[in-house]
Design a protein around this ligand. Structure first.
Ligand SMILES: N[C@@H](CCC[C@H](N)C(=O)O)C(=O)O
Length: 279
């Protein structure tokens, strides 16, 4: 089975093209085997790419632990570049069918190569029942959560997948590996959560570190960066257009006031191709 390794700001994926929609059962086992960094290819997730009846192409993302995710901003950018350079006749504006729905994506091409990809990440979901978060309210903004005797204040946002955004003094030195798993699995979050720890430098500039549901600490999370800007706006601390600095580089986020959609722009990179022998 041939695969392509790609990454979006260090959030890395194994892309496999197939002719039909993949079965979830096969996906979990394969994702766990291939994503293993010691005995597999090594990646944060497995991405199936396959033909769609409703869009230019379809994709499914499976986390490294075998769980299926509904959204992955960085993987959508990778699939857009893969489609442009490996499948289509260099189509710049494409539609990608994901579990979240059909996403519009624009490849920005520089000297024949896709340099940046802009993704319409749709509207943020703020209703706690839909995120989901076990809180009765219209929105969850700066709400208390306690774990192991420590209190954090979080804002809840779904971008198709659940995010919990927490402001800390210094996101870069924050012990993500300690608090990330405790919050991911907290009883307030019935489908678990991706957890973003952020420091706001100015309304348009934020540093973020992320603990991803089903993966662990990653170098970047596209849907997480979108959630971070939405949370910052809800708290009156960020502007709708902001640059988010992640471990692997920068994403530019625009929460558009006219259509309420969040647009994410950043790079996607090919790493290598290979062949996986199933045993
Ligand atoms: N890295 C992704 C998000 C991947 C899915 C996530 N771990 C989940 O389970 O929701 C991104 O770039 O958005």
């Amino acid at each position: 089975m041939r695969f392509t390794k790609m990454h979006g700001l260090g959030n890395d994926f194994i892309l496999i093209y197939r002719n039909t929609e993949p079965p979830d059962s096969e996906s979990s086992r394969l994702a766990m085997q291939m994503c293993d960094r010691h005995t597999g290819v090594g990646a944060d997730g497995l991405v199936w790419v396959y033909p769609s009846d409703h869009a230019d192409i379809a994709m499914r993302i499976i986390n490294a632990d075998g769980t299926v995710a509904d959204q992955c901003g960085n993987a959508v950018r990778c699939v857009a570049k893969y489609y442009y350079e490996r499948i289509s006749a260099k189509k710049e504006a494409i539609t990608i069918e994901t579990k979240r729905g059909i996403q519009m994506v624009w490849n920005r091409v520089d000297q024949g190569e896709v340099s940046q990809v802009c993704v319409d990440m749709d509207e943020p979901i703020l209703n706690p029942a839909q995120i989901p978060i076990n809180v009765t309210a219209d929105k969850v903004v700066n709400q208390k959560v306690q774990t192991e005797g420590k209190t954090f204040h979080f804002t809840g946002v779904s971008m198709g997948n659940p995010h919990v955004v927490i402001e800390v003094e210094d996101a870069v030195s924050f012990p993500v590996e300690t608090w990330g798993p405790l919050l991911e699995n907290h009883e307030l979050f019935p489908r678990k959560a991706n957890v973003e720890f952020i420091t706001i430098h100015s309304p348009g500039e934020i540093t973020m570190r992320v603990w991803e549901r089903g993966v662990g600490q990653t170098m970047a999370c596209g849907s997480g960066a979108c959630a971070v800007v939405v949370a910052g706006v809800l708290r009156g601390k960020c502007s709708r257009q902001a640059t988010v600095h992640l471990k692997g580089g920068d994403l530019h986020i625009d929460w558009n006031a006219d259509d309420n959609h969040v647009y994410m722009t950043g790079p996607a990179t090919f790493v290598f191709e290979g062949k996986w022998d199933e045993s």
